[in-house]
Write a protein that binds this ligand. Structure first.
Ligand SMILES: Nc1ncnc2c1ncn2[C@@H]1O[C@H](COP(=O)(O)OP(=O)(O)OP(=O)(O)O)[C@@H](O)[C@H]1O
Ligand SMILES: [Mg+2]
Length: 219
């Protein structure tokens, strides 16, 4: 039997008395590429935050690598997030005053990697996403698609087990969407586990499994 990487058991989330996630039980297995679709406000991002151990459920349990996650242990949690998870958001949240290279180095430095190795690996990752020659540019000197690729390189910095992406192509034109999707497909072929939220059915279909959210429920 394959072991799940992340599992939710009867997870609900209440905000201001409103239940935004309802009784969700779900297993994400190693090596899976899963997409999440659903109307705006259906709870896709909220689900991703819980899968990514960013937010805690109001009810229910979350397991990561078979162990129950204790959301009160903030230090331990941030260590797991830094070492084992990679996030790509719709808006990339790159640090504007840092170069592309430095942005990719940050999670590695945070994890205790030495400056020289961090620099080398960041440079390799930027090469991988097709940004060789642009390492020293600040985010504002890069196109939207290029910024998103820096964000993907940053998400890969510490060789994460699980990549969580919230509409990673939401702000991109069709050409850049394909570039970013090609990177995700390649990461999947390499055996990475990916959960991607998208509004586009044709992109969702490229995953192995599609999760449909409706009014906070998994359909
Ligand atoms: N921090 C919060 N405070 C209050 N309400 C919230 C918060 N986060 C999410 N919600 C509410 O929870 C519901 C689900 O939001 P969520 O962001 O998960 O939807 P979504 O499916 O990602 O939508 P979209 O496609 O627009 O990104 C919405 O009704 C939203 O208003
Ligand atoms: Mg969302």
């Amino acid at each position: 039997m394959e072991k799940p990487l992340v599992s939710l058991r009867k997870v609900s989330k209440f905000i201001d008395g409103e239940r935004i996630l309802k009784d969700i039980s779900l297993d994400i297995f190693r090596g899976e590429f899963v997409s999440v679709v659903g109307a705006s406000g259906s709870g896709k991002s909220s689900l991703l935050y819980i899968l990514g151990l960013i937010d805690s459920p109001t009810e229910g349990k979350v397991f990561f690598e078979g162990e129950e996650v204790r959301f009160t242990e903030e230090k331990r949690l941030s260590r797991i997030r830094n070492r084992k998870l990679g996030f790509v958001f719709q808006f990339h949240y790159l640090l504007p005053e840092f170069s592309a290279l430095e942005n990719v180095m940050v999670p590695m430095l945070k994890a205790g990697t030495g400056g020289k190795s961090a620099r080398e690996r960041a440079s390799e990752l930027l090469k991988r996403v097709g940004l060789t020659g642009k390492e020293n540019r600040k985010p504002y000197q890069l196109s939207g698609g290029e910024q998103q690729r820096v964000a993907i390189a940053r998400a890969l910095a510490n060789d994460p087990l699980l990549i969580l992406a919230d509409e990673p192509t939401g702000n991109l034109d069709s050409r850049n969407t394909e570039v970013v999707m090609d990177i995700f497909m390649e990461l999947h072929r390499e055996g990475r586990t990916i959960v991607m939220v998208t509004h586009e059915d044709y992109l969702a279909k490229r995953a192995q499994r599609i999760l449909h959210m409706k009014d906070g429920r998994l359909m």
